[in-house]
Design a protein around this ligand. Structure first.
Ligand code: URP
Ligand code: ZN
Ligand code: ZN
Length: 468
């Protein structure tokens, strides 16, 4: 902690644009934003010349230690939040899990036990509901009122693991309509996918590429559409589609939004950049690195261009990572000879800020929209604004100095995530996280780590700003 200091000479970027300004930090919060040179003179200064001064990024979709496929996601809250900080992230929202048959509050307590004292940056939780029972519905009220958890994820995919049927989904949506919570939906038709998976395995199609081929975009679009219809039946309960990957699903969201519906969506860097063909071109079992759900889509269709457009038009409001890392050794390898046993997930919590900045350089996203989709909107969407997601007096001093002239090279040899590979191995991109400040404390300075396990605090969230 530095007490009070002035971040001087930089360009402050927010969702409404960029302008030169000096930012005064006092303790854990931002005290004032000054026109250049108008701040106090007798104070320690941090030179931000040539850099963007942006709100610390908020990753609203991570899975530290998620139990999946007989193993656990390989980042702990310690390793995962440290890696996140290196990547300019100052808040994550992780998914606490209620397993089938478990009391919701017990699942939440287990998640607090994993995170408490281990995080390098601030963190909040969404709750995955693994069973929409009468007790779980009551628990939804209690979590919103007492626990600072205002969003619940349901799965139309993964029968037997996290799946909820349409009746359960409708009941949870009705509850959310009553108590103001957001329903987050994993929109893929799981029972239909399971049929395709079984048929593929019976034909001897066992390689990782068949993961994607058995999850066609029609089954994402159908589930997205069904979730939107169900939310409508639940009096237009707020609905947020997670990890949207494909053009036809985006069409469903865009049509609902055009009708003024209370529907939002996020995408992830992997869908903006990577394709099924990257996976197809990988030798042997290497394609397992890119096994995630929803899956990567074909470069021969217009998915990536449509998703970038969706980010510009706000049909996609947020970019999150869906950070769910698994090592190849002993984890992804569980699916050798049977792609359906590969734990699903890609780890990118460290790279989202840089990967999306490349979109700015490539002319696909404005500077203001970059900040909005990675920081401001996730904070507003999930009830943390204006404490998080903005550089303004009274907000937490979560600030990133970003060097637009720097370069970032991504590799498993240098990343900080607990993964023995990278989905982005060898990628060289423009821009570099230079300095990261979390509640007034320097976590990364000039690229060097200064953070501390245990600095991160639990954030009790309010209701979404987007609730209507
Ligand atoms: O492949 C993924 N996305 N793994 C994490 C679990 C989920 O569905 O978000
Ligand atoms: Zn999911
Ligand atoms: Zn996820």
């Amino acid at each position: 902690t530095k007490g009070s200091f002035l971040i001087k000479g930089g360009t402050v970027v927010g969702p409404t644009g960029a302008s030169p300004a000096d930012v005064l930090v006092d303790g854990e919060t931002i005290a004032a934003v000054f026109a250049p040179g108008r701040g106090p003179a007798d104070i320690e200064t941090i030179d931000a010349t040539g850099r963007y001064v942006i709100p610390g990024a908020v990753d609203a979709h991570t899975h530290m230690e998620l139990p999946f496929g007989g193993t656990h996601a390989s980042d702990t809250f310690d390793t995962g939040t440290r890696a996140a900080a290196f990547g300019g992230v100052t808040t994550i929202i992780d998914f606490a899990v209620q397993r089938y048959g478990e009391v919701v509050q017990d699942g939440l307590a287990a998640w607090h036990a994993k995170a408490e004292g281990n995080c390098h940056i601030d963190y909040g939780f969404h709750m995955i509901l693994g069973g929409v029972t009468d007790d779980a519905l009551k628990a939804m009220d209690q979590l919103v009122t007492d626990e600072g958890i205002s969003s619940f994820k349901l799965f139309m995919a993964y029968p037997g693991v996290f799946y909820s049927d349409d009746g359960q989904i409708l009941r949870a949506m009705q509850k959310a309509r009553d108590n103001g919570a957001m329903i987050m939906m994993h929109a893929e038709n799981g029972p239909a996918i399971d049929v395709l998976v079984k048929q593929a395995l019976e034909r001897g199609e066992t390689d990782p590429i068949h993961h994607g081929l058995t999850r066609p975009q029609e089954l994402e679009a159908e589930a997205t559409s069904r979730a939107i219809w169900l939310a409508g039946v639940a009096a237009d309960c707020p609905l947020y589609i997670v990890h949207l990957s494909a053009s036809k699903a985006l069409e469903q969201v865009a049509a609902a939004r055009d009708q003024g519906r209370n529907v939002f969506a996020e995408t992830c860097p992997q869908y903006l950049y990577l394709t099924l063909e990257d996976q197809l071109g990988a030798p042997g079992f290497e394609g397992a690195k890119w096994v995630c759900s929803t899956p990567l889509r074909s470069k021969h269709e217009s998915h990536r261009a449509d998703l970038w457009r969706g980010l510009r038009t706000n049909d996609l409001a947020v970019v999150s990572t869906d950070h769910c890392p698994f090592c190849m050794k002993d984890q992804k390898e569980l699916g050798l000879g049977d792609f359906s046993k590969i734990p699903n997930g890609i780890g990118s919590v460290e790279h989202r800020v840089d990967l999306l900045y490349q979109g700015v350089v490539d002319g696909k996203l404005s500077l203001a929209r970059w900040v909005e989709t990675i920081a401001t909107t996730p904070a507003r969407m999930f009830g943390m604004y204006p404490r998080k997601g903005v550089i303004a007096p009274g907000s937490d001093a979560d600030i990133v100095l970003y060097d637009p002239n720097g370069r970032t090279r991504i590799s498993a040899a240098t990343h900080h995530m607990n993964m023995d590979h990278s989905a982005w191995e060898g990628w060289e991109i423009d821009g570099k996280v230079d300095t990261v400040i979390s509640r007034g404390t320097f976590v990364v300075q000039d690229g060097a780590y200064q953070g501390r396990k245990g600095h991160g605090r639990y954030v009790r969230r309010g209701l979404s700003d987007y609730l209507v």
